[in-house]
Write a protein that binds this ligand. Sequence first.
Ligand SMILES: *Cc1c(COP(=O)(O)O)cnc(C)c1O
Length: 356
Amino acid sequence: MNLEIQKIAADKKKTKPVFDTSLGFGKYFSDHFFIMKYDAKNGWHQPKIEPYRQLTLDPAAMVLHYAQEIFEGLKAYNSKNGIFLFRAKDNLTRMNNSARRLCMPEIDIDFVYDAMKKLVLIDKEWIPTARETSMYIRPTMIATEASVGVRVSAEYLFYIIVGPAGSYYPEGFNPIKIFVSDKYVRAVRGGVGEAKTGANYAASLFAAQEAKKMGCSQVLWLDAIDQKHVEEVGTTNIFFRFDDEVVTSPLTGTILPGITRDSVIKLLRSWNIKCTERRISIDEIMKGSKDGKLKEVFGTGTAAVISPVSELHYKDEVFNVGSGKIGDISLKLYEEILSIQYGEKTDPFGWVEKIG
Ligand SMILES: *Cc1c(COP(=O)(O)O)cnc(C)c1O
């Protein structure tokens, strides 16, 4: 496949917002995007980087009716040391895992990785340079065949949009409150919980609204069978520190295998901090909060990196975490991961690639 590149005319470029942490998350998109098409006869074809534009879709496009859609989320980091991508091929590998689960065509990881790098560099003036800001990269695949019969689509679009991002939470790197849902569930065993697909998010919105009403910023999901064990939070995996052991839920098919989760596990183990993947009951967490063993709770994800948690709201009770401040391990992980992502520290894991 030949990647065609069509650049925007200088006078058509968008006006950029102010690049600081007030950028928020996911509100601005750059001047170009990458797009390619798929059909059964031609496979993936017509890959192109072109000026950002609207898509035209048939109102019967299958994605609009049956949610055959997958996506990814990763970032490019810009510092005085250069422009870096963090574990980007792992995101594309995970995208192919999601594609298989949703009966969608896999992409050629090396080709798309190369196109992604080119897109980031063409729009590099859209990568903010302040620490804690970055360029968010959103690869997306949608089913486009016009048909309202329920079956696998024969046509798809794959595209990548990028844009400047500040902090994910209005709170910034500060503790958040989370709401433990004992009524709604996110994903059930055998479902699509481990795929990064829009359907999981559609299913989560109602409970997220309930959490907001309770003054919490996210939902902590419990397992869908007996609602006893923790799974993950809205857009992040979750870790608990009981005294000197850090634990996180195992990958049993109902949670998203986070790349930040994996990085945190590897970093903790490299620091000789005990980190265990095992089931964690909500009872153990409530008990830990009461007897003081629960020292830290934090979420992990590309968007917020580490989100310290200060309070868990469960069945009309509030469970405090440690002192309510950012814990030592949360802070150390946050600093370490950022230093690696911004190319400030040597990366012993081979996670970053300098692309510019
Ligand atoms: C994307 C995502 C995460 C975090 O994954 P990272 O690879 O660390 O960004 C966690 N949970 C869900 C449901 C997600 O969609």
